[in-house]
Design a protein around this ligand. Structure first.
Ligand code: PXG
Length: 457
């Protein structure tokens, strides 16, 4: 029985009326979902009382960990005072106003405007509309193509899926948003040529963007969009040469730079934003997830001065917005969440202590495992590549089998991780300390051993 009084069986029965995201429904109904009923600190609990160390912070979002009463109180207080009022028709409410001001304080210097939505997908829809509108206002409506990347993930609305570089999603779209092209991602582990240095590979991957600009003509290209580190596509961390080259290319051809920090924002890489970690100057920054640590659905599109000035000065009315743009309850929770992150020094800790510690632990304890082809991390965001042969980087077949086995063993050992193809991904709460990282490494090592034994059987 759960605290709610329902057994797993009762919940699974009711769940047959629930269409889950990214799910094969027939398979789910045959096996039933794990029912997570409670969270506390770094742990989640299911109906059977299983305690899982949450190596994914929910879905890359619960940065301050579970069970924060302060966040519940902030929501309750706002609900009692004013549960909702809109920001249309010359109205506003205090929480989003104060949040917007706070965000411009912690964001890169040129980011002084914020547009709110409730999800990363919505924020990217806004970003796409905004960059195209910007070029129209500048008298260049034909400058409307956006360059994105294979393996990129930008959401699941039609614009989000169109910007994403996931072939399976595109195949189901039956018509993507026009004028979006995809180029290679900076994924050295699979795409670098024999003998090619990381530096050279980074430049080559960036120049795929230049090639796309030249192929279309710079006067046709509105923007490039990318995650500083590809997240859902498998924590693919670009070589140090990549972002400076992208920046140079965007500047040369006057192509706007849209950063998608839905995963990397709010401390994950050891700074408020990965733009600061990698030194990227963007025109828009999409954020969501950890803005509220997942306690409420909220996104914030940070809009740079160049776009904002044109929008404000030349734009007239921008015909765009959502009922829940600037939702006061979500914004009140976000303000409190940012306060917690600051008060507890979580970002400095990631940058100076736990981030480097995680990197060391992965290198010293995980990288040498016979199943592991590479480990990589920035801050508290990591990937472990699984191979059948360390030298050739060959994979176990069928594709993804090693990832799902390691994930399942990790869960059985009390560690929630995510598999992306032949890799294991981690993005834990920023509250993890060294002892928690050690515990996660113990559980992951055991999972690697068990999976290897089975794969070799
Ligand atoms: N951009 C990025 C970089 C994301 O990671 C979105 C946009 C869309 O956000 P919303 O809030 O609309 O989901 C995301 C979302 C996974 C997984 O399995 C990742 C996301 C969402 C769901 C699953 O890793 N990222």
């Amino acid at each position: 029985m759960t605290k709610t009084g329902y057994s797993r069986q009762q919940l699974q029965q009711a769940d047959t009326h629930h269409l889950h995201p990214f799910t094969d429904h027939k398979e789910l109904r045959a096996n039933g979902a794990r029912m997570i009923v409670r969270g506390e600190g770094s742990y989640i609990y299911d109906t059977e009382g299983l305690e899982l160390l949450d190596g994914m912070a929910g879905l890359w979002c619960v940065n301050v960990g579970y069970g924060r009463k302060e966040l519940a109180d902030a929501a309750a207080q706002q609900m009692e005072e004013l549960p909702f009022y809109n920001s249309f028709f010359r109205c506003s409410t205090p929480a989003p106003v104060m949040l917007a001001a706070k965000l411009t304080e912690i964001a890169p210097d040129n980011m002084n405007q914020v547009f709110f939505g409730t999800s990363g997908s919505e924020a990217n829809d806004t970003a796409l509309r905004l960059v195209r509108h910007f070029w129209s206002l500048e008298g260049k409506p034909e400058k409307n193509m956006v360059i994105a990347r294979t393996y990129g993930y930008h959401g699941s609305t039609i614009a989000g899926a169109s910007l994403s570089g996931m072939p399976d999603m595109h195949n189901q779209l039956n018509g993507a948003v026009p004028n979006i092209v995809h180029v290679m991602p900076p994924y050295a582990f699979e795409l670098a040529k024999a003998g090619e240095s990381d530096h050279d590979f980074g430049l080559r991957a960036a120049r795929a963007v230049e090639d796309a600009i030249l192929a279309a003509g710079a006067d046709k290209v509105a923007a490039f969009i990318g995650e500083p580190i590809l997240g859902a596509g498998g924590v693919k961390i670009p070589p140090a040469s990549y972002w400076p080259e992208i920046q140079r290319i965007c500047a040369k051809y006057d192509v706007l730079l849209m950063l998608d920090e839905v995963i990397t924002g709010y401390g994950r890489t050891g700074n408020w934003f990965a733009a600061q970690t990698f030194g990227i100057k963007a025109d828009t920054i999409t954020t969501a997830k950890a803005l509220t640590s997942g306690y409420q659905p909220l996104s914030a599109l940070l809009v740079g001065d160049r776009i904002a000035n044109t929008l404000v000065e030349k734009g007239g009315e921008f015909f765009h917005g959502y009922t829940y743009s600037a939702h006061p309850v979500c914004c009140a929770v976000a303000l409190k969440n940012l306060e917690i992150i600051e008060r507890e020094g979580l970002i400095d800790r990631v940058r100076e202590d736990t981030g480097p510690y995680l990197e060391t632990v992965l290198k010293e304890r995980i990288a040498s495992h016979p199943l592991v082809g590479e480990v990589r991390s920035v801050g508290l965001m990591a990937a472990v590549e699984l191979v059948s042969d360390k030298a050739t980087r060959a994979r176990y077949m069928p594709s993804g089998i090693a990832g799902s086995k390691v994930r399942d063993y990790a869960i059985a050992n009390g560690l929630m991780v995510r598999a992306v193809g032949s890799s294991i991904i981690m993005a834990p709460p920023l509250t993890w300390d060294r002892a928690t990282i050690d515990l996660a490494a113990d559980r992951l090592s055991k999972a690697l051993d068990s999976a290897l034994a089975e794969l070799q059987a």
